[in-house]
Design a protein around this ligand. Structure first.
Ligand code: DGY
Length: 325
């Protein structure tokens, strides 16, 4: 079998790169920076496969520059950065990395929820600034989590994993998604409700929906207005699902109590005012960032490329019709 010529748009964990290098000639962008569009267009030329990231916009122009490429293997479960129909039209496979990052991402949503509810980041800063002089009955009062109601938007793999953990905190689970999901209800005891009911009744709202035309700005001013003043919004899905300017306003005015964010509407930029808010915890899109998970994501992306190289359907192919047409 001919060794494929593969471009990797950013450094990923070594075991995955070693596996790829065993069978392919590889070039890796080791600058640590996201490639600009002109550089990306240049680098993909003449490749058989491209291992790309969620930060690489893989549109028709990139695919045409990569004429001859058989697969774009995304190093992410989300693939809103790739124009899958343009790839299908050109007979190019697209794959993603589902499954392995489910629990890790759900875990991060809980980490954010607790951080905001118990004001962990804010009080850590306070201690480091030398401000802690004595125990105080009013110092950093937060919100209890146990026994509260959590609203889960999106009942896919990550939403389910997140909701399952709510049992440990005796919480009531409400959920909303495109349609009711019986497995979700069986495993979490969750009740399927309208988005409006979920927003009105939840103490914590956690978003786990993909970014689609239907979910763009799913949470905006009107939806934030429905939430309780004591409520906390968590987003580990995709930034544009939330209208960030409306969220900043809701946090500034105390319309909601807090937010825990891992993703941003204009990533890596933050909407003006967000970083000044003490009631927001802002992480740099690290929900899947554990050593194990990021390694597994790499192995999966490479497995998809190697399957395509053997003429097989990649296990996580998003457009299998490329092979059947
Ligand atoms: C994904 O995979 O879509 C996450 O956002 C990054 O791991």
């Amino acid at each position: 079998m001919n060794r494929w010529n593969v471009y990797v748009t950013n450094e990923i964990p070594k075991p995955a790169l070693d596996m790829l290098e065993e069978y392919c000639n590889i070039e890796v962008n080791r600058t640590g920076e996201v490639l600009s569009k002109p550089v990306l267009l240049e680098k993909v030329k003449g490749r058989d496969a491209v291992l790309c990231l969620l930060t690489d916009p893989i549109d028709a122009e990139v695919m045409d520059a990569a004429r001859g490429a058989k697969i774009f293997a995304n190093y992410a479960v989300g693939y809103n950065n790739i124009d899958v129909s343009a790839a299908t039209e050109r007979g190019i496979l697209v794959s993603n990395t589902p499954g392995v990052l489910t629990d890790t991402t759900a875990e991060m949503a809980w980490a954010l929820l607790f951080s905001v509810a118990r004001r962990v980041v804010e009080s850590d800063k306070y201690s480091r600034m030398g401000k802690y002089k004595s125990w105080g009955p009013m110092l950093f009062l937060g919100q209890d989590v146990i026994g509260k109601t959590v609203g889960v938007i999106g009942a896919g793999r990550i939403g389910l994993s997140f909701a399952k953990r709510a049992k440990a905190f005796d919480m009531k689970v409400l959920y909303n998604s495109a349609k009711a999901n019986l497995e979700f209800e069986r495993e979490t005891g969750g009740e399927f409700v309208s988005l409006e009911t979920l927003l009105k009744e939840s103490d914590f709202v956690s978003i786990h929906t993909p970014l689609l035309p239907a979910t763009l700005h799913l949470i905006g001013e009107k939806e934030l207005d429905l939430m309780k003043e004591s409520a906390i919004l968590i987003n580990t899905s995709r930034g544009p699902v939330v209208d960030e300017a409306a969220l900043v306003k809701a946090l500034q005015t105390g319309k909601i109590w807090g937010a825990g964010l891992d993703v941003y509407e204009f990533e890596p930029e933050f909407t003006q005012g967000l970083l000044e808010l003490d009631n927001a915890v802002v992480c740099p899109h690290i929900a899947s960032a554990t050593i194990d998970t990021r390694t597994k994501m790499g192995i999966i992306a490479v497995t998809n490329i190697l399957a395509a190289m053997k003429g097989e359907l990649p296990p996580n192919c998003l457009n299998p019709e490329v092979y059947s047409s």
